[in-house]
Design a protein around this ligand. Structure first.
Ligand SMILES: C[S@@+](CC[C@H](N)C(=O)[O-])C[C@H]1O[C@@H](n2cnc3c(N)ncnc32)[C@H](O)[C@@H]1O
Length: 308
């Protein structure tokens, strides 16, 4: 029986073969790429430790036997196991930065990257940023990216999963940020100390209906990183209840809620959520200042007391 590795020789051959196989397999793309071609480029080029862009120089280069077998095996696993490419490679990219990932953490993809790229402007204005919290940090991608944008800030990465924090620590080392980025083992804000100028969070927010229906690729990600009760709000309720205690005056709370944003907006009519727009895709991310949070929650409490 002929094997693909007998016939395919060059980088271009493997790109074409991966694209054809992925196309026929009707894979789901939601972990860093959104189409067959980009998925093929990601798998083939990064298996060869080559750049994703400006790589035409290599297209007609021949692969060694080991390289051909490695790529062929990864193509099969992507199709048969529906395993996302990032887990096959052990790496993902966030805000243009590399991160080590494995099945202990969600694959980085939050649109919060776009806000960080803009230095959180215009919302931050000239508010100083000395301390940042990345709550529900997973791989640490959001907090570590924030540390590169705010080079004088101290950054805490908090998560309830010790497994996730081990991955986050390896990413702190990868980016040589041990002097100002640290991990905190915490159930939401319960073990977090002090106040921050910015709290960024991509918590679990998938509701029960979506959980029952997610494509097989997501089953490789930790459930703890995805599911958040019947309406997707179980963690964000706890964040909203405690965040003001951990925000400096004028501080910002930025949280991603994906599809569950509608349920949150309905649950807190007194909170003036600013739902942010993204040029690179994504939605369901809100921003609140500490003052908006405090006065909104006070108004809600007032209404509840009046109705009693
Ligand atoms: C959606 S993932 C986000 C990971 C990362 N911030 C990102 O954007 O890729 C949510 C993370 O929240 C963590 N988590 C779940 N429940 C938590 C809790 N009660 N307290 C703190 N972290 C929690 C999970 O372990 C997971 O790493």
């Amino acid at each position: 029986m002929t094997r693909p590795t007998d016939d395919l020789i060059t980088v271009r051959d493997y790109l074409r073969y991966a694209a054809s196989r992925f196309s026929a397999a009707e894979l789901y793309f939601g972990h860093g790429t959104d189409n067959v071609w980009d998925e093929a480029v990601l798998l083939v080029m990064r298996s060869l430790h080559l750049p994703l862009e400006n790589n035409t120089l290599f297209l007609d280069a021949r692969l060694t036997r080991d390289e051909r077998e490695l790529i062929a095996e990864r193509i099969e696993r992507r199709i048969n196991e529906r395993r996302p490419v990032a887990y096959l490679l052990g790496e993902a990219w966030f805000m243009g930065l590399p991160f080590q990932v494995d099945e202990r953490v969600l694959i980085p993809r939050s649109p919060i990257a776009e806000l960080l790229e803009a230095g959180l402007q215009p919302w931050l204005a000239d508010h100083p940023v000395e301390r940042i919290l990345d709550l529900c940090t997973g791989s640490g991608c959001i907090g570590i990216a924030a540390a590169t944008v705010f080079p004088d800030a101290e950054v805490d990465l908090a998560d309830i999963s010790e497994d996730a924090l081990a991955v986050a620590r390896s990413n702190i080392e990868l980016h040589e940020l041990e002097n100002r980025v640290r991990t905190v083992h915490s159930d939401v804000l319960d073990q977090v100390d002090g106040v921050y100028d910015v709290i960024l969070s991509n918590p679990p927010y998938v509701d029960a209906e979506d959980m029952a229906d997610i494509p097989p690729e997501y089953h490789h990600e930790p459930r703890l990183g995805l599911e958040a009760g019947p309406d997707g709000l179980s963690i964000v309720h706890r964040i909203l209840a405690r965040a003001a205690d951990h925000l400096a005056p004028g501080g910002l709370l930025i949280v991603e809620l994906g599809n569950s944003w509608v349920a949150l907006d309905e649950a807190y009519p007194q909170l003036p959520f600013l739902w942010l727009d993204f040029e690179n895709g994504g939605d369901g991310v809100f921003l609140l200042t500490r003052e908006q949070l405090v006065s909104g929650l006070k108004n809600m409490k007032g209404n509840l007391n009046t109705n009693l």
